[in-house]
Design a protein around this ligand. Structure first.
Ligand SMILES: Nc1ncnc2c1ncn2[C@@H]1O[C@H](COP(=O)(O)OP(=O)(O)OP(=O)(O)O)[C@@H](O)[C@H]1O
Ligand SMILES: [Mg+2]
Length: 266
């Protein structure tokens, strides 16, 4: 649509941007460093942040950077996860058919993990995304993964990823047993204005555009609308590019962004 008008070779602000073209914010690097540490030492990590701040993207980046010869990553993102589906999902990712009963499936998973470590020398990393949607029973079940051998040694690294409310829940007394076991915590903030400017540039570079399309004032306006949330930045930029191309405007200014926000996004 707008790509040919702006001479783009790829679509910017898309969800499927390859990890080697991501905006390398200090936040992304820091999250990666912490998760890498958690994976090396089989720790329990929790990643939280407001919706659209880039948690799943950070996980995607982490997963692709991990050494495949050392780690096996299992990733689940299912808001309606039940304990049975949890074990089934993990076992399927290990290429196993899960036993029917939850207790059997759980033992089966622990056995597979022991084999993985003992024979193949691979460390398991379990990632549960959208964890803020899980109920307490399910969160406890996930946490029990770490609880074999009488808590003496964790059999894997576990990473829970969820919106900020997950962290707020962990502050409640009923979640104390989980909270106390958290080794590493990552909170993803919103981008500030300067970071967001770099983020927009990075997406345009990925699309093959070197010149600026958004004026400085337009970027201010994008920041006002998005508060530095990546998904909202993507949305307002995409809508502005569509509008700009339809009106044959090479440069998108703040008035155009305002018009798009008021007309289409508010
Ligand atoms: N570092 C980055 N570089 C480029 N694009 C990014 C980056 N981080 C996030 N994005 C973009 O922002 C969008 C939203 O990010 P993501 O889906 O990771 O957010 P989230 O925090 O997981 O949201 P939710 O809480 O709704 O699951 C992604 O589709 C991606 O295109
Ligand atoms: Mg996500």
């Amino acid at each position: 649509m707008f790509e040919s008008f702006y001479g783009m070779t790829r679509t910017p602000f898309s969800r499927d941007i390859p990890t080697d073209h991501l905006y390398q914010s200090t936040m992304l690097e820091e999250t990666f460093g912490r998760l890498n540490y958690a994976a090396q030492r089989q720790m329990f990590a929790v990643v939280t942040g407001d919706c659209g701040t880039g948690k799943t993207t950070a996980i995607r980046y982490f997963k692709e950077c991990l050494d495949e010869a050392k780690f096996t990553v299992m990733y689940l993102a299912d808001s309606k996860l039940t304990p049975r589906h949890f074990y089934k999902g993990l076992l399927e990712q290990l290429g196993c058919e899960a036993k029917f009963y939850r207790g059997d499936a759980k033992r089966q998973l622990h056995k597979e993990i022991e084999l993985m470590q003992g024979i193949h020398h691979l460390q398991p990393v379990v990632i549960v995304d959208e964890a803020h949607l899980l109920d307490r029973e399910m969160l406890e079940e996930v946490r029990f993964l770490l609880n074999t051998k009488m808590d003496a040694r964790s059999p894997m690294s576990l990473i829970l990823v969820g919106q900020s409310e997950l962290w707020e829940r962990f502050q409640l007394q009923t979640y104390a047993a989980i909270r106390q076991r958290i080794d590493i915590q990552c909170k993803l903030p919103h981008m500030d204005r300067a970071q967001m400017g770099e983020y927009v540039k990075k997406h345009l570079t990925y699309a093959g555009v070197e010149q600026d399309i958004f004026s400085d004032n337009a970027v201010d306006e994008i920041f006002r609308y998005s508060s530095g949330t990546a998904r909202l930045v993507n949305k307002v930029c995409t809508h502005s590019l569509i509008y700009g191309s339809q009106n044959k405007r090479r440069i998108i200014d703040d008035h155009m962004v305002k018009f798009v926000v008021q007309g289409e996004l508010s």
